[in-house]
Ligand binder design. Structure first.
Ligand code: G3H
Ligand code: ZN
Length: 280
């Protein structure tokens, strides 16, 4: 494997366990994941999306924050660039020392997705960075949900062979940014993809997937479980409640700290649900 996070995903895949991958918007998310990692002994991926970087005016402040949190964690925490459609952003992330990048060419025509992803792999691997790619567009990022889109296993085999990616995001029924956990997954397809491909499979849009289905997806062969919206929900719900109950509060550490605790608690619970791999 190209590095430690690639090796973690590889061994999790082999044991039909999962690795949680959670999005970071503010430094408090990273801190919440570090506490959850310490409590559970589960390594995990902290991921920053192109959109989250834009919110901070660029990738650097938030990637540096994640790396600083990861550096003092005894349980491994990988820093990942999530959903980059820009090659420039990928290069920047590699320069900032991320462990892994996702190049999302899923909206491109197949041949172009292959060509661009292969170039990203060459650049990233030369720097010891792992690459996740996407084949079969998982909807919802732009508010358009298309849960019927499916990754074709034969195309996926050719794609992995042609690009040399370390992990593959596949369309199996989930959709991004769902606020209700009502998604149904194509477990039979997950099993077929798991059997035909040697790389770990990534489930995007896991916020919309109910607990029992998440567990079943891991058993069927999904390895990296990406969760973002659901944790935003947990954080915001707790902050709203805190502010309603403490009308005189002015120190942001009080309510953001309460939100951070809510994220930790929910991540600890989710790691149990997905049978996340633990460090020995
Ligand atoms: O890449 C990030 C994930 O796919 C998160 O999706 O916000 O629907 O959980 P979600
Ligand atoms: Zn995603």
């Amino acid at each position: 494997s190209v590095n430690a996070v690639a090796e973690l995903l590889r061994s999790a895949r082999e044991h039909r366990q999962a690795v949680g991958a959670f999005n970071v918007i503010q430094i408090e998310h990273a801190e919440a994941y570090a506490v959850a990692a310490r409590r559970t002994g589960c390594p995990m991926v902290m991921q920053v999306s192109q959109n989250a970087a834009a919110y901070h005016g660029g990738l650097e402040p938030i990637i540096r924050a994640c790396r600083a949190v990861a550096q003092v964690s005894e349980v491994p925490l990988a820093v990942h660039l999530d959903h980059a459609e820009s090659r420039e952003l990928v290069s920047q992330a590699i320069g900032l020392g991320v462990d892994s990048v996702m190049f999302d060419g899923s909206a491109l025509p197949y041949e172009q997705n292959v060509a661009e992803t292969a170039e990203v792999v060459a650049e990233a691997h030369a720097a010891g960075v792992m690459v996740e790619a996407e084949l079969g567009e998982i909807g919802g990022k732009d508010g358009v949900h298309a849960p019927g889109v499916r990754t074709d296993p034969r195309e996926a085999v050719s794609f992995v062979e042609a690009t040399g990616v370390d992990a593959l995001a596949v369309a199996v029924g989930s959709s991004h940014a769902m606020t209700e956990r009502t998604a149904a997954l194509d477990l039979e397809l997950i099993g077929r993809l798991r059997d035909r491909l040697e790389v770990p499979l990534v489930l995007h849009g896991s916020s919309g997937v109910p607990d029992e289905t998440l567990r079943a997806a891991v058993e069927a062969g999904m390895t990296k479980i990406n969760i973002s919206t659901h944790l935003n929900h947990a954080m915001t719900r707790r902050i709203r409640q805190y502010l309603q109950e403490n009308l005189a509060v002015v120190d942001p550490r009080k309510y953001i700290g309460a939100g951070r605790d809510a994220v930790t608690e929910e991540v600890v619970r989710l790691l149990e649900v997905i049978r996340a791999r633990r460090v020995q």
